[in-house]
Design a protein around this ligand. Sequence first.
Ligand code: IPD
Ligand code: CA
Ligand code: CA
Length: 266
Amino acid sequence: MHPLLNIAKEAAEAAGNVIRFYQDRFDQITVEQKGRNDYVSQCDFEAEQAIIKTIRKYHGNHKIIAEESGVQNGNGDVEWIIDPLDGTTNFLHQFPQFAVSIAVTVKGKLTHAVIYDPIAEEMFTATKGSGAYLNNHRIRVSGQKTLDNALLATGFPYHDFSYIDAYLASFKAFMTSTAGIRRAGSAALDLAYVACGRVDGFWELNLKPWDIAAGALIIKEAGGLATDFAGGENFLESGNIMAANPKMYKEMAQVIGKTIPAELRK
Ligand code: IPD
Ligand code: CA
Ligand code: CA
């Protein structure tokens, strides 16, 4: 296993320990509001510090982009993109669907990824060119060929409602053309579930790089496609991402193309 993936796994486990610690002391947790429907807890901050401490134990000079503490500039080719707790709203409601998400880019290319669900104890990992794994077992995207009978995952807009009409148009089209849609509340886990075939596809608008960087690589290494809404690689910048197995991707992209206005198809 590549040393950087090993460090990412160690960091995810350290964050998982923090999350489980607060699960057991839920009544003592302090919570702040960042914006409308946007909360952060002591658990998010401490899980992030556990990740950064692990990375810094090995690499003092790597750039780090972390959701809660921002950017620490580095002086090499390696960059870490961290969401210490993806699914904070779920965590705060004790709805057991949240995860740690850590991606590593080398010279700007997604190279290593870990998504860790500390409750189910599921560790999804990938290194570019070496496949995707769930708890060390190789995973692949589903073989579903058509939208008809497919199960999709998505995320609803919940604090920026400026593109709600575009989203609802796509939602209506997918609702009436698939077997079902799930909104479980963690984009990172949604993407991990595409990678292991639990759902056949995923789409969401307006996400942040730390929500999707790790998941996009894990899907690609599991044989799937993860793109922006124009079929390109701009999803970390635009925040708009769609993902599916290669057989179903085209049909999903057609629905996105018909329902999402051109200015949001990036
Ligand atoms: C959120 C989750 C959610 C998605 C939101 C994200 P957070 O991340 O991934 O599923 O719909 O857009 O912001 O804030 O819990 O880390
Ligand atoms: Ca997130
Ligand atoms: Ca988060």
